[in-house]
Design a protein around this ligand. Structure first.
Ligand code: HEC
Ligand code: HEC
Length: 325
C-alpha cells in the first residue's frame, strides 16, 4: 500500500469514528473544542424529557412548602448561581455553601464541593432532602406530581412505558441539566477559533498571566481539571471539603476546582461566597494565599503589578458567554 492509501484508510477510520460519536449522543455541543456530551445509556437526551426537566427545575412544588424551586438558587441570568454568599432555602434557612454555576455540569466527573456524588441523576436528592434547601423527599414529591393536573401526561410523553416515579423525575431533571451548555465567549473565539481580534491588548496580556499561573487547575475547555485543591483561603477551614468523603485530614479544605466560565456573572466567589469581587480573588492569588498544611504548592506569590492585575481581571471578563441574557 502506498502512503496516500494508508492516509486515506486512516482518514476514513477517523471520519467513521466521528460519525459514530455524533450518533451516540445526538446532542450538539457548542463547538469543536468541547468533548462529546457524556450521556448515560439509560437517559438519552430526548427533547420531551429535557422540557419536562426544565419545568420541574423551575417548579416550587419540589420544596416541602412549595416556596422554592431549583431555579430559586440557580438563576439562568447569573449562569445558574444565585448572587448570594450562601444559599437560602425554605423558611429562610441559610446553608453554608455558595451555589455553583450549572453550565457544562454534564462534564463534571462528580458533584458537590467534596465530589461525594458521581451521578447527576441522583445529585438532585441532595437539595431535595436537605433541610436548609427544599426539605422534601422523593416519596412525597412523587405523590404530589401524580395528583397534578398536567404532570402525568408530560411524564407519559417524555418516558413512554413509565410513570411519574423517582426514576423518571430524576432523569428528566438530569437531562435538562446536561442541556445547559455554554461555550460562546470571546475566549472561545480567541482560543478555539484563532481570532485574536476579539480580545483587547489588555486581555491578551491577561491571557499570558492566566496561562502561566492559572491553567494548571483551571484548564481544558471546561476551565477546570475538577481535582480537589486547597488554595490557602484560610489558616483554619470551617468546611472540611474533600475530607468529608475521605476522612483524611490531608484533604481538609480541598474542594473541587470550579470552572471559570462566566465567572464575571457568578459573584460572590469561593465555596463560602467570602470574596465579593474578581479583584479580591486576584489579590488572594497574588499574595499566594494563607499558610495551610494542605495548600497546593502551585499557589505562590505572583508579584503582579497593578497593570497586570487589571489585565488579568479584563481577561476573566472574556470568559462570559455573550449569548447569556
Ligand atoms: C437553597 C438553594 C438551592 C436549591 C433549592 C438547589 N440548589 Fe443546587 N446547589 C446549591 C448549593 C449551595 C450548591 C453547592 C453545594 C455543595 O457543593 O455542597 C449546589 C450544587 C448543585 C449541583 C452541583 C454542582 C457542582 O459543581 O458540583 C447541582 C448539579 C445542583 N446544585 C442542581 C440542583 C437541582 C437539580 C436542584 C433542584 C432539585 C437544586 N440544585 C436546588 C444551592 C441550591
Ligand atoms: C492549585 C489549583 C489552582 C490554581 C493554580 C488556581 N486556582 Fe482558582 N481556584 C481553585 C480552587 C480549588 C478554587 C475554589 C476554592 C474554594 O472555593 O475554596 C478556585 C477558585 C477560583 C475562583 C472563584 C471561582 C468561583 O466560582 O467562586 C476564581 C475567580 C479563580 N479561582 C481564579 C483563578 C486565577 C485567576 C488563577 C491564577 C492567578 C487561579 N484561579 C489559580 C484552584 C486553583
Amino acid at each position: 500500500m502506498n502512503v496516500a492509501a494508508v492516509v486515506l484508510v486512516f482518514l476514513m477510520l477517523i471520519s467513521q469514528c466521528k460519525m459514530e460519536e455524533e450518533k451516540s449522543t445526538g446532542f450538539p455541543v457548542p463547538h469543536h473544542g468541547f468533548a462529546e456530551l457524556p450521556v448515560p445509556d439509560d437517559n438519552p437526551m430526548r427533547p420531551e424529557a429535557i422540557a419536562l426537566g426544565r419545568k420541574l427545575f423551575f417548579d416550587p412544588l419540589l420544596s416541602r412548602d412549595s416556596s422554592i424551586s431549583c431555579g430559586s438558587c440557580h438563576f439562568p441570568e447569573k449562569a445558574f448561581t444565585d448572587g448570594r454568599s450562601v444559599s437560602i432555602g425554605v423558611k429562610g434557612r441559610k446553608g453554608t455553601r455558595n451555589a455553583p454555576t450549572l453550565y457544562n455540569v454534564a462534564y463534571h466527573p462528580y458533584f458537590f464541593l467534596e465530589g461525594g456524588n458521581p451521578v447527576l441523576e441522583t445529585q438532585m436528592l441532595g437539595p431535595l432532602e436537605t433541610p436548609e434547601e427544599m426539605d422534601f423527599n422523593m416519596v412525597e414529591l412523587t405523590r404530589r406530581l401524580e395528583k397534578h393536573p398536567e404532570y402525568p401526561s408530560l411524564f407519559a410523553e417524555a418516558f413512554p412505558d413509565r410513570t411519574v416515579e423517582p426514576y423518571t423525575i430524576s432523569r428528566a431533571i438530569a437531562a435538562y441539566e446536561r442541556s445547559l451548555l455554554s461555550g460562546n465567549s470571546d475566549f472561545d473565539q480567541f482560543y478555539f477559533f484563532g481570532d485574536s481580534s476579539v480580545l483587547s491588548k489588555e486581555q491578551l496580556r491577561g491571557w499570558q498571566i492566566f496561562k502561566t499561573s492559572c491553567t494548571h487547575c483551571h484548564s481544558s475547555f471546561t476551565l477546570s481539571h475538577f481535582k480537589f485543591e486547597n488554595i490557602g483561603l484560610y489558616e483554619h477551614y470551617e468546611d472540611y471539603g474533600r475530607m468529608r468523603v475521605t476522612r483524611d485530614t490531608a484533604d481538609w479544605g480541598k474542594v473541587k476546582t470550579p470552572t471559570l466560565r462566566n465567572i464575571a456573572l457568578t459573584a460572590p466567589y469561593m465555596h463560602d461566597g467570602s470574596m465579593h469581587s474578581l479583584r479580591e480573588v486576584i489579590e488572594h492569588y497574588n499574595q499566594g494565599g494563607k499558610d495551610h498544611p494542605n495548600k497546593s504548592p502551585l499557589i505562590q506569590p505572583l508579584n503582579l503589578s497593578d497593570t497586570d492585575k487589571d489585565a488579568l481581571e479584563a481577561f476573566l471578563h472574556a470568559l462570559t458567554d455573550v449569548s447569556i441574557n
